[in-house]
Design a protein around this ligand. Structure first.
Ligand code: ATP
Length: 734
């Protein structure tokens, strides 16, 4: 059994906890760690198991408890039946077993993210898993089992109900931000919208296949709403198909070919789809209707593993815009800087799949290739992020967000904005074992990545908190009173004292008969008694309120004084810090200048080194050329020498033979023809000539003399023949 030992798991958990818990040593370190613990959080990874289709199906998963799960290699996959079954244990934040309801998932995973959204924080929630493992079911659900998205919308609208701004007060600036419109402009936009037939229809009824859940959560548990703010909700819905981004809510009918969009970075370094259509919605029903319109454009396809398989990654963004209101329930300032924007991105990733199992070909195969590539990039990004966070001493790796559109869109979540959660969907069938192993490994790695949670900057207008409350309180009984006046329902328990009215108008009475007069007088008396009592109650209430107000004012005055003192000390601190920071800035400038200078010097030196290298190279080339020339000359001289040697050898062989022949013939002629002294002296002179010629002949060569004797000539000696005797006189060379 290849299990992670319990020790290892606890170590892992301890390590994870260590990263979020403050170190107890020095006070300063503790403070710094506290800040880290507050602002850093790991990716939350949840695991959801899909129910098996039939009881006979083999299962490859065993749940240990709500956080531990074991993946078992199915027996039939093993070659050898005797071999030990391979098991791997994984630990997640929570494991939802197959019987877990959609509500369970929403409450544990998405509800806290909705709360964060209301507070103005960003959040990313995505589903990850093999094709057909239940990602879309978890994210969207169906008519009877609504998923996370409709539940989020329902919770959100139920929470902000009564605090929503009028439509078109907030307007998108098409650069991922919002501006505040004047009421007159907003009214005119509302008028235009009301005139559009489509919108009127939409408002009248909604009867789509998916409806928002009506009981998504217990609202008493939800926190985070600022009752002094006004809220508006905007949605965008995009898909990433074959690594291109498309706006599923683009204007035009559903058959229209969608335009590919680019991803851009806004002024706050958040990534957004440029030119995407942001639709302001006022209710969950309206949001679902808009979602369904986009859904019709989403690319779905049939694969062997899932009849309705998502062939693209879909990103549904809920953006909550809020700004402070004044006590008249209008926005307190037209300044766009007072706006806080929170974004919750719900992402349904396309399923990872193996082409061998899906039997995909053609377009489906290309889609699958693109899906797998983008998921691989997601895995790489998270792996590099984790590495960078764990090895703080090494040079950080560049995260390849731009390699896939989906990771490019996620960049600002991973780089530090908001909370990231992932639901890993697992189909526990034995056939999915291999792919589930990969999914689990990725999930395990992902939860070691730390994300910095950014706190939104809220613009302080200096308005008192709770300013909208009195107006709201006043509105409630007044509206109740309206009903009280008109309806017969006498049991309405209107809190009339708070609006300081003495009650209903003077009752009508008729005094036609004495009996009528009697009863009218009684009624009027009762009415007046009630009225007097109410007056008393109101007076007491008013007096107590005056007292309360006085106490409250005194308290506020005290608070104000202490706050002013605090403000003064803060001002002093601020001034000191300002001085310190300007001193640091000037230091930085000096260091920057010296860095610039050093950089320039380094560049100059590098240029010089380059020049010297070039010169050396040139000299080397010249030397090589000279060597080559020398070699050529040597070869030419050698060739000439060989030719000369051959010539010389040939001459040496030829000359003595020729001369010997001529001497012999002349000797014979001379001996035959004359015996005279003159004649013989001529012969002698000829002989001397021969000897002179023979100087250059090789050593130990034999020559014929007149007497027919052989003579050996040594090269080291010069040899002569005496004219009378013909003897050879040898003389040593000097
Ligand atoms: N927890 C569950 N309970 C009941 N049915 C489920 C559950 N999860 C998934 N299903 C059913 O399984 C089928 C496939 O699920 P779904 O379409 O959500 O898979 P997917 O992971 O999104 O697939 P793909 O990646 O191909 O889009 C659907 O018919 C869905 O209703």
């Amino acid at each position: 059994m290849m299990t992670r030992t319990p020790m290892k798991v606890t170590e892992m958990l301890q390590q994870r906890e260590l990263r979020t818990q403050p170190l107890p040593s020095a006070k300063q370190t503790e403070k710094a760690s506290n800040v880290l613990a507050k602002t850093r959080e790991p990716v939350h990874v949840f695991c959801r198991l899909k129910p098996l289709l039939s009881d006979g199906d083999l299962c490859c998963v065993r749940v240990i408890n709500s956080t531990k799960i074991i993946l078992e290699q199915p027996f039939q996959v093993l070659d050898n039946k005797q071999a030990a079954q391979k098991e791997t244990q994984y630990v997640f934040r929570h494991i939802f077993e197959s019987q877990a309801s959609q509500q369970d998932i929403f409450s544990a995973v998405a509800q806290p993210m909705v709360e964060s959204l209301i507070r103005g924080h960003n959040g990313l929630l995505f589903t990850y898993g093999v094709t057909g493992s239940g990602k879309t079911y978890t994210m969207t659900g169906d008519a009877n089992n609504q998923g996370i998205m409709p539940r989020c919308l329902d919770t959100l609208f139920r929470t902000i109900s009564g605090y929503q701004a009028k439509k078109f007060i907030f307007k998108s600036d098409h650069l991922n931000s919002f501006e505040i419109q004047l009421e007159a402009d907003a009214r005119s936009d509302r008028h235009i919208e009301n005139n559009q037939y489509f919108k009127r229809e939409l408002k009248r009824k909604y009867a789509g296949p998916l409806t928002p859940c009506q009981d998504s959560c217990d609202l008493t548990l939800l926190q985070g709403i600022n009752k002094d703010n006004m809220y508006a909700v905007f949605i965008t819905y995009v898909e990433v198909y074959n690594n291109s981004v498309y706006d599923l809510l683009e204007e035009g009918n559903v058959e229209k070919r969608l335009q590919s969009r680019i991803i851009r970075e806004d002024a706050n370094h958040n990534m957004f789809v440029h030119g995407v259509r942001e639709i302001e919605i006022e209710s969950a029903e309206e949001a679902i209707e808009v979602f369904q319109t986009g859904q019709k454009r989403k690319r779905m396809g049939h694969t062997v593993l899932n009849a309705e398989s998502s062939r693209s990654h879909s990103v549904f963004n809920i953006r909550l815009v809020q700004a402070p209101a004044n006590c008249q329930e209008e926005l307190a300032s037209p300044d766009a800087r007072t706006i806080t924007i929170g974004q919750l991105s719900l992402v349904d990733l396309a399923g990872s799949e193996r082409s061998s199992r899906t039997k995909n070909t053609g377009l489906r195969l290309r889609e699958a290739g693109n899906i797998n590539n983008s998921l691989l990039t997601l895995r790489t990004c998270l792996a590099y992020l984790r590495e960078n966070q764990q090895q703080t001493n090494a040079a950080p790796k560049i995260i390849p967000y731009r390699d896939a559109k989906i990771t490019h869109l996620f960049k600002n979540y991973f780089d530090g904005e908001g909370q990231v959660s992932m639901i890993v969907c697992i189909n526990p069938r034995a056939e999915d074992y291999d792919e589930n192993v990969q999914v689990m490994k990725f999930a395990e790695m992902a939860q070691e990545v730390q994300i910095v949670r950014a706190t939104p900057i809220k613009y302080n207008l200096g308005l008192a908190s709770g300013r909208r409350k009195p107006n709201k309180i006043r509105k409630t009984p007044v509206s109740n009173l309206d009903g009280f006046d008109n309806a017969e329902d006498k049991n309405v328990d209107a809190d009339v004292r708070l609006v300081y009215t003495l009650g209903l108008g003077f009752p009508e009475y008729k005094i036609d008969t004495p009996a009528q007069a009697e009863s009218s007088i009684q009624d009027l008396t009762q009415y007046l008694v009630r009225r007097t009592e109410r007056r008393k109650i109101l007076r007491t209430d008013l007096e107590s309120k005056f007292d309360g107000l006085r106490v409250h004012l005194m308290q506020m005055e005290k608070e104000n004084l202490s706050l002013n003192r605090e403000l003064d000390s803060l001002h002093t601190c601020y001034k000191k810090e300002l001085d310190r920071s300007s001193a640091l800035e000037s230091k930085i400038r000096v260091h920057e200048n010296s860095i610039d200078f050093l950089n320039n010097t380094v560049k100059r030196r590098e240029r010089q080194i380059d020049d010297i290298k070039r010169q050396l190279k040139h000299q080397q080339t010249l030397l090589d050329k000279k060597d080559e020339e020398k070699e050529n000359q040597r070869k030419t001289l050698n060739a000439k020498l060989t030719v000369e040697r051959d010539k010389h050898n040939r001459l040496r062989k030829l000359k003595p033979a020729t001369l010997e022949d001529s001497i012999r013939s002349k000797d014979e002629n001379l001996s035959e023809q004359c015996s005279s002294r003159e004649q013989s002296s001529a012969v002698e002179s000829l002989r001397i000539a021969f000897v002179t010629t023979a100087k250059s002949t090789p050593r130990n060569t034999k020559y014929l003399t007149r007497r027919g004797t052989a003579t050996v000539v040594d090269r080291r000696h010069r040899s002569f023949l005496t004219p009378d005797e013909g003897h050879i006189i040898k003389r040593s060379r000097i």
